[in-house]
Structure formats: C-alpha cells, structure tokens
Write a protein that binds this ligand. Structure first.
Ligand code: NAD
Length: 475
C-alpha cells in the first residue's frame, strides 16, 4: 500500500473522485497525489445529505454518539503510524510530531465524546405554577474550514466539537494537506457514523465558502486561518445571520521577567519555536526580555537554535522539517531581510537551506526594532524576535500593542507579576512558566483580530449549541 492515500471527496455516504490539483511534498517539491475539486452539484449533494444526517444525528442519544466518537478515536490511535507518515509527506513536520498530532486528535475526540453527554440545561426558579427550563440543543448543520498547518488536529477540533454536540458538519479541509482530514473522516465512517452526518470537500476555497455559508441549512460557520480570510467569512456569515467560531492568527508575545531563569526559558523557547517549523497560531514569537536577563537569554536561545537539526520529516534525526509551502519560505526571506536592514542582529539561521523544497532554519533575531515588518506581521514560520525591555509594564504594553490577541506567555516566579500579567495581557490564552497554549479540556481562542468563539473545553462545545428557554405555566 502506498504511504500517501488516494484523496477523494466524501459526500452522501460515498467517496467521489473529481479532477483537481497536485499535492506537493514541501521537502523536495515532489508530487504526492491529487486533491479533487468539488463542483456546485457536489456541494448541493452534500447539503441534501447533511440535512438528513442532521435529523438522524440529533435524534441519536448522547451515549450512542459518544460510542461512535470513542471508536473513531481508537481507530486513529491504531492507525497513527500510517496517518502520521501521510501528514509528514504532505506538510513537512517530523514524523514524531505528526504522530503526536494524531494522538492529540484522539484525545480531543475522547474528551468531547464524554463532555457531549453532559450538555445539561437548567431549571430556573419561578413563581408558583411556573417552570422555566433551559434546554441546550444542537445548533444544526456546521460548515467548517480547516487550514494546512495541523492536517489532523485542526479539522478534529471542528469535527469532534460538532459531532459531540449533536451537529452534522460539512468540512472543507486544506487542499495543500488533504490526507489528514481524509484519514479522519475514514475513521469516523469505520466507527459507524451514519451517512450524511460528516461530509468532506476540497476545491476552490472562495467558491466553496461563498456557496455554503449563505445556505439556509447551514447554522454555524467555523474557520481556522488568517485574519483577512476570517474577516471575509465572518462578514458573509453576518450578512446571513450565521454565528461563527473564528480561530485566526496570533503573534505570540513572551514576557521574560527579571526574576526568571533565562537559560531554561531560552532552551524551552527554542524547542517550542521549532515545533511545526513555527507554523502554529500560538507559536511564541515576540520575546520581550527584561534587561536583567536579556543577554543570557539571547545567547542561550541562539546557541540552542543553531543546534536544531533541520531536514526531512521522515528522517528520525530531524528536529525541524521544512516550512509547508513556498509562500511561507518567501515570507521568511522577506521578513528576515527587512529586520536585518533595520538593524536587527542575526543570532541563528536566516537563510534558506538548499534550492529545492522549503527548508528554512530556526532563525533568531535580537535587537529587533518595533518598526521591523516581522514585529507586526504574523511570521507563521521559524522566526524568533528578541527585544530588550525595562520592567514588566513595558513588556505588557508592547505585547498588547498589536491587533492580535491569541496566546501570550510569561516566565516569572513572582506572584504579583502573575497577578498583573493575568489581568493586563490582552489574549485568549495565557501560559506562565510553560509554552503550551491549549489542551483538550480547556477553552482555546482569541480576542481582538484573533477571532471569537472557543474550541475545546465546555466553552468550545457550548458554541455548537443554542439555549432554548421553555416557560411552562402548570396551572
Ligand atoms: P491565506 O490567507 O491564503 O489562507 C489561510 C487559510 O484560509 C488557508 O487554509 C486557505 O485554504 C483558507 N482560505 C483562503 N481563502 C478562503 C476563502 N475565501 N474561503 C475559505 N477558506 C479560505 O494564507 P496562507 O498562505 O494559506 O497561510 C498564511 C497565513 O494564514 C499565515 O500567515 C497565518 O496567519 C494564517 N494561518 C493561520 C492558521 C491558524 O492556525 N490560525 C492556520 C493556517 C494559516
């Protein structure tokens, strides 16, 4: 069997072939396969099947839904080595990271499966003879749009949340990394998901979103991707009165306080920055480091980054794979050239490796001026930007200075600092003394331009439900 699957659309309980576009391996630009493009007729068929699927799924008991979700998670765990290989080939990340991504997807599904059984309503005390009952009902059919950086776990957030809450979903996953979603959908089908509940389409992203979002049957839009596309989809959804979950870009600030251990913080930062070659919306990017520890932090970061082994994700020695496409490679070259021209100091990396594929090393820049493009534009790649600050107040002000507000991080052992950071940082997720922004059981999402709505946790599942108040006069 080939390591890369033959990709198809999944509509009305069957896989469909269509002509499409090539899928490339970012390590060497080789062609892995073809991703089919859905036509309008395919989308109409998916909508018709999903309308029926929604009716069936809503009438399925929460316990029976949870059984199917748990079976799908078990299949993902069982199939993790094969799925991870396909993800590494299409997206570039090291195989070990791809395996962890599949396991994380299974964890998300398992948690949502259990929590979906607890969509408790409320009984609100009322005057004698009256009863006010709040029911939490599935919101209905969801149109989900997932990006290329996490081919399995990003679609999983949407699929698991929707299904656990009793919603059907039409998923448009990334054309550049379609195998993750393909395997995910296959696992749900093999787990016994009824026909029509989950459809998978690929194609022209603008055509698909502009066709699906206005449809009466679609009741919620969920999108993960860039701020400009998110704003476009949110305005289309708004024009048709559809609520949204928008998980958009970030520009992860990290505040390293004067009391932190600079070497430990730098080593962890280099390791986490290299994850998925920095193509993570919560990747730590702007390092605001107190003058007291700045030099030791910058030196340790540069040294650790220079030791990170770049290469093919299929090589077990590789610690960081290529970036996922030539757009990211060109963005890294442009942002580094601009920062250096404005006076930033290069401590590690900075230049493309080889002339085939998309290899760009972990790059560390110090003394980066605030007017460097990289300080305001989300790099979405392996770029770490270090700036000297004097006092926590300056760090917080500079962290908050951008329109983004997704994940923020800090290193400190001082309780007053923790209190201040918790209150003053404008973000959806704050992690202190570690660099993990989301877990299956915690709400994840942004403020400001980084979006709204949450994925994960009870808050995430609540986004897939609506509250209905039933007020009953008994006599
Ligand atoms: P892009 O803005 O062209 O696309 C972003 C995503 O949106 C892609 O997955 C794309 O397929 C999808 N998309 C584009 N137009 C669409 C439309 N009209 N309808 C529906 N979906 C549409 O950027 P890109 O070059 O693919 O990625 C680069 C930028 O995207 C990064 O700088 C980063 O900010 C952002 N991004 C964010 C995340 C995230 O996890 N939040 C993931 C991937 C990309």
């Amino acid at each position: 069997m080939s390591a890369y699957p033959r990709i198809a659309l999944h509509i009305a309980g069957a896989w469909r072939d269509r002509p499409g576009e090539p899928v490339l391996n970012p390590f060497d630009d080789s062609v892995l396969g073809t991703v089919p493009h859905a036509t309008r007729e395919d989308l109409d068929d998916a909508l018709a099947a999903a309308t029926e699927g929604q009716r069936i799924w809503r009438a399925t008991s929460p316990a029976a839904r949870a059984d199917i979700l748990r079976r799908a998670a078990a299949l993902l765990r069982e199939r993790a080595p094969g799925i991870a290989t396909a993800v590494t080939l299409e997206q570039g990340k090291p195989l070990a990271q791809a395996k962890l991504e599949v396991i994380r997807a299974a964890e998300i599904i398992e948690w949502d499966a259990e929590e979906g059984r607890r969509a408790y309503g409320r009984v609100i005390p009322a005057e004698p003879g009256m009863r006010n009952i709040v029911l939490r009902e599935p919101i209905g059919l969801v149109a989900g749009f997932a990006p290329w950086n996490f081919p399995v776990s990003s679609p999983t957030r949407k699929v698991a949340g929707a299904l656990a809450a009793g919603c059907a979903l039409i998923l448009k996953a990334s054309e550049e990394t379609p195998a993750g979603a393909f395997h995910l959908v296959q696992a749900f089908l093999d787990a016994g998901l009824p026909k029509g509940v989950l459809s998978l389409v690929f194609g022209n992203p603008a055509m698909i979103s502009e066709y699906l979002i206005p449809q009466d049957a679609v009741r919620l839009v969920t999108f993960t991707g860039s701020v400009p596309v998110g704003k476009r989809l949110a305005s289309l959804a708004g024009a048709h009165m559809k609520p949204c979950i928008m998980e958009l870009g970030g520009h992860g600030p990290v505040i390293v306080c004067g009391d932190a251990d600079p070497v430990a913080a730098a080593h962890l930062s280099a390791q986490v920055k290299s994850r998925n070659s920095g193509q993570v919306c919560v990747s730590p990017t702007r390092f605001f480091v107190d003058d007291a520890v700045h030099d030791r932090f910058a030196e340790a970061f540069g040294e650790k980054a220079r030791g990170i082994r770049l290469g093919s994700g299929m090589d077990p020695e590789t610690q960081m794979g290529p970036v996922a496409n030539h757009r990211r490679l060109e963005a890294m070259q442009r942002l580094v050239a601009d920062a250096v021209a404005r006076g930033a100091r290069l401590l590690a990396g900075g230049e493309r490796v080889g002339n085939q594929g998309c290899q760009f090393p972990l790059t560390v820049l110090a003394d980066v001026p605030d007017d460097a493009l990289a300080m305001t534009e989300e790099p979405f790649g392996p770029l770490a930007l270090i700036s000297r600050t004097r006092g926590i107040g300056e760090g917080i002000a500079r962290a908050n200075s951008l329109p983004f507000g997704l994940a923020a991080y800090a290193f400190t052992d001082s309780a007053p600092n923790v209190e201040r950071l918790s209150e003053e940082l404008e973000c959806g997720n704050l992690s202190i003394n570690h660099l993990t922004a989301s877990f299956a059981e915690t709400p994840f999402g942004g403020v400001k331009d980084s979006g709204y709505g949450r994925e994960g946790g009870t808050e995430g599942l609540a986004c897939y439900t609506v509250a209905k108040n039933v007020s009953h006069k008994i006599r």
